[in-house]
Design a protein around this ligand. Structure first.
Ligand SMILES: [Mg+2]
Length: 190
């Protein structure tokens, strides 16, 4: 019999092409040179804590649009549904919350429904994903953030992109959802 896993999956830049979408929409919201400069200056920490006051309402609107219109990675829906069919539990673990951008949790749930993404649970507001993994008996976490994975004690996979590929020596990596499917097939086969 095949091993059944509790699979933890990040949302932004694993399920959805969030950075790509943000980059394509940001110029519609942040328009003046002064705003652009402020945005660039704060970019590295912009998702982590809070937006600069001057940009707050514009960035909230932008991120709301990103959340509602972002594209899925190819094959994500299909692979997730197939993993569910094999008996695995699908648990999304995300830092998304309502503090930075109002209604994010509601909008995220609606997005999952609209795009017909199977899940057993969605866990929001997780700044410490290792704790979430422990509490939910996660066997494998798939995430694109090296700093998140660094603290994870369970089995983990880095979902590669242009920003994190310098970490590929340190982790088991995948480039797309077909590779996720193959990796899980491999570790659950007898
Ligand atoms: Mg992510």
């Amino acid at each position: 019999m095949k091993k059944i896993l509790n699979i933890g999956i990040d949302i932004d830049n694993v399920l959805t092409k969030t950075t790509e979408k943000t980059n394509s929409l940001i110029d519609n919201y942040i328009t003046t040179p002064k705003e652009k400069e402020l945005y660039q200056k704060n970019l590295s920490q912009i998702m982590a804590s809070k937006f600069p006051d001057e940009l707050n309402s514009k960035l909230q609107q932008c991120f709301q649009e990103v959340c509602n219109t972002v594209e899925l990675f190819p094959n994500a829906r299909k692979v997730i549904f197939a993993l569910h069919g094999q008996g695995h539990k699908i648990i999304f673990i995300t830092a998304r919350n309502d503090n930075l951008v109002p209604n994010t949790i509601e909008n995220t749930k609606r997005y999952f429904q609209k795009h017909n993404i199977y899940f057993d649970k969605i866990l929001f507001n997780n700044t410490n994903k290792n704790e979430a993994c422990r509490q939910n008996n996660i066997d494998l976490l798939i995430d694109d953030s090296p700093s998140v994975l660094e603290n994870i004690e369970t089995n983990k996979l880095l979902f590669l992109n242009e920003l994190n590929n310098k970490f590929q020596e340190q982790y088991n990596t995948v480039k797309n959802w077909i590779e996720i499917s193959e990796y899980i097939e491999e570790i659950t086969a007898n």
